[in-house]
Design a protein around this ligand. Structure first.
Ligand SMILES: Cc1cc2nc3c(=O)[nH]c(=O)nc-3n(C[C@H](O)[C@H](O)[C@H](O)COP(=O)(O)OP(=O)(O)OC[C@H]3O[C@@H](n4cnc5c(N)ncnc54)[C@H](O)[C@@H]3O)c2cc1C
Length: 427
């Protein structure tokens, strides 16, 4: 926007995957930025003072103080902006994995109740909700709020109460011994806590088409396209999906694009999209919906140029010109870390908790305590799950935030139990 002062400028080549990752990260952390495409020696000289455009390692990031980073990773930029921290304690009362609505809410409640609290997040705060252009059904925001802003407020609130949020850190395995969870992190370090909450949510499902990875950021994008939407001016944009995330993407992108085509596999939006949203989508003159349709091929050289759309009802294929395709088709749970642990997952990988663990009213096999698992407790005492990652969860931001808060009540109860007994009876 003209006249706006940006704290960060990004200079890069058209269709750069690295540029896309940086834009997405900055947008998620509500860092105002400007993306400037460098196409010639002149634009290169004018913007970064170097004319030899072929020898510049793009993307280049310029910070408010004028300093430049050449071809930095997302981690480098996060570090430079002060988002990367190391854990301060050797052991915490509760470790929370995932900083989506469930994890952030758990962090706010845990820290405000005086528990030493750490949140491990592998990417950016906000989770899926952080990618939403506008959340309109979250209580207290009658005019809606962008997911990134909601997440940023929750982050600030959790930090205010003393929670630590460790970004760019991924839990890859859990080990339970001596009444502690030993979380193994991707960088090789360990995170020790008396109780833990898995709030790792779900990850966007891919189309599983040939060359999909190649086209990432070069025409194929996942989610609501918040960071990309302003770049869609004058284009016809295709969106795959018929649920709320696809509807939000369509509404948001329609503000910029010439028109938007939604490709929906089912024959209606009923049952997959909230009524208020499907009404808006169908009434929006810029949005067309093609039902019974799916993308079956991605076509292009370096950049996406066409997609093949298969109409499953009429059994017809059509190739259409498409420079940008947004994929919003739900996700699969992030629970690989729980493989080879005593924690029970359902057939789709979601963590089973509380009453869902009982078989004919009896505790699950291997459960070591007299009491039944608490409502959000997994099949290992002291290890809880909240939000979308949980079997039978509601898949809404408010529900996830509610579960995060509720999980802390159970963590409290657990920490007040006979800990020596637990240590003795858990392997
Ligand atoms: C585009 C979009 C729009 C939406 N709009 C709405 C809406 O308007 N209203 C509504 O109610 N709901 C909406 N939803 C659904 C809502 O966002 C989710 O239900 C909610 O975000 C779930 O929260 P969560 O905390 O359980 O998980 P997530 O939001 O999925 O967050 C999980 C977090 O865990 C992190 N993580 C995963 N694995 C690991 C690991 N091993 N180690 C460390 N971190 C890890 C992820 O990076 C992520 O940040 C929308 C979803 C999408 C995708």
């Amino acid at each position: 926007m003209s006249g706006e002062i940006h704290s960060v400028k990004l200079f890069g080549r058209k269709g750069s995957t690295e540029g896309y990752s940086l834009r997405e990260f900055l947008q998620r952390h509500v860092v105002s930025f400007e993306w400037i495409e460098i196409a010639s020696e002149e634009t290169c000289l004018k913007n970064i003072g170097i004319s030899d455009v072929n020898n510049v390692r793009f993307p280049v990031v310029q910070f408010a103080d004028g300093s430049l980073l050449f071809n930095p990773s997302v981690r480098d930029v996060a570090n430079r902006l002060g988002y990367i921290a190391l854990p301060r304690l050797k052991e915490y009362d509760v470790s929370i994995y995932g900083a989506g609505p469930a994890g952030l809410s758990a962090a706010v409640y845990a820290a405000s109740e005086g528990l030493s609290t750490v949140v491990i997040e592998r990417h950016a705060v906000g989770g899926q909700a952080g990618t939403s252009s506008m959340i309109e059904n979250y209580m207290g925001f009658p005019r809606g709020i962008s997911g990134a802003e909601l997440a940023d407020r929750a982050r600030e609130q959790a930090l205010k109460f003393g929670a630590e949020i460790i970004l760019m850190s991924e839990g890859i395995k859990g080990e339970f011994k001596n009444g502690r969870i030993h979380g193994q992190l991707a960088d090789g370090s360990k995170m020790l806590a008396k109780a833990n909450i898995c709030a790792t949510g779900v990850e966007y499902r891919r189309l599983e088409l040939d060359r999909e990875e190649h086209f990432l950021g070069k025409g194929v994008f996942y989610g609501a396209g918040v960071a990309e939407a302003p770049l869609c001016k004058g284009e016809t944009i295709y969106i795959v999906g018929g649920a709320n995330s696809a509807g939000q993407a369509a509404m948001h992108i329609a503000n910029f694009a010439e028109n938007v085509v939604m490709l929906v596999r089912g024959s209606s939006l009923k049952g997959t999209m909230s009524k208020y949203l499907s009404d808006r989508v169908t009434n929006n003159k810029k949005i067309d919906i093609r039902f019974n349709s799916e993308v079956t091929e991605l076509i292009g050289d370096e950049f996406l140029s066409q997609i093949k759309i298969t109409d499953n009802k009429n059994k017809e294929d059509e190739n259409v010109d498409a420079k940008r395709l947004f994929v919003a088709i739900g996700g699969r749970p992030n629970t690989e870390w729980a493989i080879d642990t005593p924690i029970l997952r359902d057939e789709a990988g979601y963590l089973v908790t509380g009453p869902d663990l009982l078989l004919n009213g009896k505790n699950p096999e291997g459960w070591p305590l007299q009491r039944q698992p608490y409502y959000l407790e997994t099949s290992y005492p002291g290890s809880f799950a909240a939000g979308d990652v949980r079997h039978n969860s509601i898949k809404r931001a408010a529900a996830a935030a509610g579960e995060g808060a509720m999980a802390i009540t159970f963590v409290y109860r657990y920490l007040n139990e006979d800990f020596d007994f637990i240590v003795k009876h858990t392997k």
